[in-house]
Design a protein around this ligand. Structure first.
Ligand code: PAF
Length: 285
């Protein structure tokens, strides 16, 4: 694999390869098996894959979160070395390459701006849209792969692509979990040991919620999720909503769930000082 931190060199490398489709896996580093599964899937589909590693400041509404975001570049490169090929490229730009000028673009995503993460992290998705759009401009990928753990982000990116008319194909890959069910996340390494142990409650609870969908009404399921998790010291549910996978409209009763649509239970939990998100498909049988 090649590693470059400049747009100029990246363009030269992509041009020299002269291969399509070009795959992009955008990351903020602190890579784990979840990221590697995205990279492996890009490698299986594209003869040239660009993995970007860039901690985008414009998507952090909480500056402390940005300050504490783990940076593990040497380890990231060692992990990528094992899965990337000669033709693949790791792009590790600095702020000036991504934002030569301040990015003042403001995106509007309709309902996607009014639910779940958008309500708890104001400005977050605008920042995600800025950087993803910029990465698309720079890399010009045919395919871009994202993890489904960031469920709302995936919906926002699909909407961004729709609005901008970009031809890139957006693929969402399944969540990769630790042995105890916790969704893999770069933030997991910041959890204190006791909290890390208890964090398996999140997946256990949303799994139970998913099987409660026949036989319990939705407010009852929501209370079950909140009570089970809030019962653990230092854990606090920010939201648990059951939404469709395109407009993310929360449903309040089973009758609102439409045939042909997919529904997911999405959760955000404060676990000590760290915020964790997860989701699970909820289907009526
Ligand atoms: O999901 C992430 O890691 C980030 O939000 C992304 C898509 C790389 C944009 O910075």
């Amino acid at each position: 694999m090649k590693v470059t931190c400049t747009v100029k060199e990246l363009h030269k490398l992509i041009k020299k390869m002269h291969l399509t489709p070009v795959g992009l896996v955008p990351t903020m580093g602190a890579l784990h098996e979840g990221h590697l599964s995205l990279v492996k899937s890009a490698v299986a589909q594209c003869p040239v894959v660009v993995v970007s590693i860039y901690v985008n400041p414009t998507q952090f509404n909480d500056k402390n979160d940005l300050k504490n975001y783990p940076g593990t570049l040497d380890n990231d490169l060692a992990l990528l070395e094992k899965v990337l090929r000669e033709t693949d490229i790791v792009f590790t730009p600095g702020n000036k390459e991504i934002y030569p000028e301040e990015d003042k673009r403001e995106f509007r995503f309709g309902n996607l701006d009014n639910v779940m993460e958008a309500m708890h992290r104001p400005g977050h998705f605008n920042g995600v849209a800025q950087v993803v759009n910029r990465l698309f401009e720079i890399v010009r990928p045919d395919i871009a792969i994202f993890g489904m753990k960031d469920f709302q982000q995936l919906a926002v990116i699909k909407e961004l692509v729709r609005q901008t008319g970009n031809k890139v194909k957006i693929i969402g890959n399944p969540i990769i979990r630790e042995n105890d069910g916790l969704a893999m996340s770069s933030r997991n390494m910041l959890l204190e040991p006791g909290i890390r142990k208890d964090a398996s409650i999140i997946y256990k609870t949303i799994s139970s919620a998913s099987s409660m969908i026949t036989g319990h009404d939705i407010p009852e399921i929501k209370s079950f999720v909140e009570n089970s998790i809030n019962n653990i010291p230092e854990f606090k549910v920010e939201y648990f909503d059951i939404v469709d996978d395109t407009e993310l409209i929360p449903v309040s009763k089973q009758g609102e769930m439409k045939k042909g649509k997919r529904y997911f239970g999405c959760i955000a939990v404060r676990a000590g000082k760290i915020r964790l998100i997860d989701n699970i498909e909820i289907g009526l049988v």
